[in-house]
Ligand binder design. Structure first.
Ligand code: 5RP
Length: 232
């Protein structure tokens, strides 16, 4: 698959999601190279909406293209949020945080009635884990926190060079393929000093828009209808 194909796919799914935004909506804007196309498409169409953004770079891009962007506290509830993902499992759990924005992204997704995930088909996996699990860690005792994450089964916790927009450390934990993402998510959420992890529950997801060679397919989340494998 050429890089040109991937960029076309990202633009197709990102722009398709922008079509779901209507006048009067409160809109959550994700982060990354796919949702960038959603933000640009919204800027071109200029619907009468108010947005909140999950990162400094999405905030800057949205402002640049003419969208009104406010803090989450100013709107408190969202009609729709659109974001990319690093992995989408067969049962619609997500790995997010490749761009280091997963803490804000989880807040915004949880604030929203509808959460649309935009990906190209390379992101569809049977089980999460090959990408790694991004984690945001308080800089107070990072090695202690990392050891507790290893105690949960991670073979490695690799710190990134870049900090998050929240001023915390970012790292990638390696758990191998994850059989029980809900259980791991619960265990990670209980680790002191771990600000947020990148496993997003299937309950958050309303639909996944997947760009493949044949165009964009919309997969309703299992709890909204049939999933990618037809399961309820
Ligand atoms: C950022 C994210 C992104 O949504 C995820 O990394 C996908 O990005 P891209 O669309 O560039 O592949 O979680 O924290």
């Amino acid at each position: 698959m050429s890089e040109d194909w991937v960029e076309t796919a990202k633009a197709a799914t990102g722009r398709r999601a922008a079509d779901c935004v209507e006048d009067g909506m409160r809109v959550g804007l994700g982060t990354g190279s796919t949702v960038k196309h959603t933000i640009i498409a919204l800027g071109e169409r200029a619907p009468d909406v108010v947005c909140t953004a999950t990162s400094v770079r999405s905030h800057e891009l949205a402002t640049e293209v003419g969208l009104r962007v406010v803090s989450p506290d100013e709107i408190t509830h969202l009609d729709i949020a659109i974001d990319g993902a690093d992995e989408v499992s067969a049962d619609f759990y997500l790995t997010k945080g490749g761009g280091g924005a997963h803490t804000r992204e989880k807040v915004v997704a949880t604030m929203s009635d509808r959460f649309i995930v935009v990906v190209d088909e390379r992101k569809l996996v049977d089980k999460l884990g090959a990408f790694g699990t991004p984690v945001e860690i308080l800089p107070f005792a990072p090695e202690v926190t990392a050891a507790w994450i290893r105690d949960l089964g991670a073979s490695e916790v690799a710190f990134r060079q870049r900090s998050s927009d929240n001023g915390n450390l970012l790292a990638d934990a390696r758990f191998g393929l994850i059989d029980d993402p809900a259980g791991l998510a619960t265990a990670l959420s209980a680790v002191p000093g771990l600000v947020e992890h990148g496993i997003f529950s299937k309950e958050l997801v309303t639909e996944v828009m997947v760009a493949g060679r044949g165009g964009v397919s919309v997969l309703p989340a299992p709890h909204e209808g049939a999933g990618p494998q037809g399961g309820a």
